[in-house]
Design a protein around this ligand. Structure first.
Ligand SMILES: [Zn+2]
Length: 241
């Protein structure tokens, strides 16, 4: 886990970040988003669910709108003003053609150079299994990005007026398979603030580890930073198309 990381190629101008839940981007990736938007890059967020099943004491009907609001606040802190929700059911996300089609449609509409997503592998580390929605979403992103570039897949999208769009690269954040990193030392505070924006969610978690979002984020960012030879970094697996 201490192998050096290569710097992520930043010669792109627009990205679409696609994840399963409000807060997925805020557990680390948001600091990299803050760096990129400060460079003038345009980034849009697309979330498959509204995270409505994420707060035990709050019914989904109330939690969904609340978490969408927290996600929009959180995105604004790191320079993102467009946040789209696909409306899939939280906790019951399924890999399949409908999800791939919606991802392909979003890619074709926003026409990003790169797509950012989360860890799609089975686990975070030995003994720390990934969550089902993350795996389904991440795998659908890899396939949906391919579908976005193929005019003969989801031909109904042509009828909607969204022609094929080729994405150059997918950046999958975190996990055991990271090969590249982004120095976020200067943007770490924005990343912390973007996680703290999920205040009702974090309070609802009642999780001891999350009583201090800064310390939680620092522990990962410091370890990744060591591998990139800087103070704080975010790690990515890079998939080229
Ligand atoms: Zn999640």
């Amino acid at each position: 886990m201490t192998t050096p990381l290569e710097p992520v190629d930043e010669s792109w101008t627009s990205a679409l970040a696609i994840v399963a839940h409000p807060d997925d981007l805020e557990y680390g990736t948001a600091a990299a988003v803050a760096r990129w938007t400060s460079q003038g890059k345009r980034i849009v967020y697309c979330l498959a669910t509204s995270g409505e099943a994420g707060i035990d004491a709050v019914a989904p009907e109330q939690a969904g709108p609340l978490r969408e609001r927290e996600e929009r606040d959180s995105a604004a802190i790191v320079g993102v003003d467009v946040v789209e929700f696909l409306g899939y059911p939280d906790g019951m996300l399924e890999y399949g053609l409908p999800l791939r089609r919606d991802i392909a449609r979003a890619v074709r509409r926003y026409r990003p150079d790169v797509v950012i997503t989360g860890n799609y592998h089975d686990s975070w580390a030995p003994g720390f299994p990934n969550q089902a929605d993350h795996i389904a979403l991440g795998r659908a992103v890899l396939d949906g990005v391919r579908d976005a570039g193929n005019r003969w897949v989801f031909r109904e999208l042509l009828d909607e007026g969204v022609p094929p769009w080729p994405v150059k690269q997918v950046l999958s954040a975190g996990g055991m398979h990271i090969t590249h990193g982004v120095d976020v030392t200067e943007h770490f505070d924005a990343g912390v603030a973007s996680l703290q924006a999920h205040s009702e969610y974090l309070t609802g978690l009642g999780d001891q580890a999350m009583s201090d979002p800064r310390e939680f984020l620092e522990s990962f960012a410091r370890a990744t930073g060591t591998r990139l030879n800087c103070t704080f970094a975010v790690g990515f697996e890079v998939i080229n198309f």
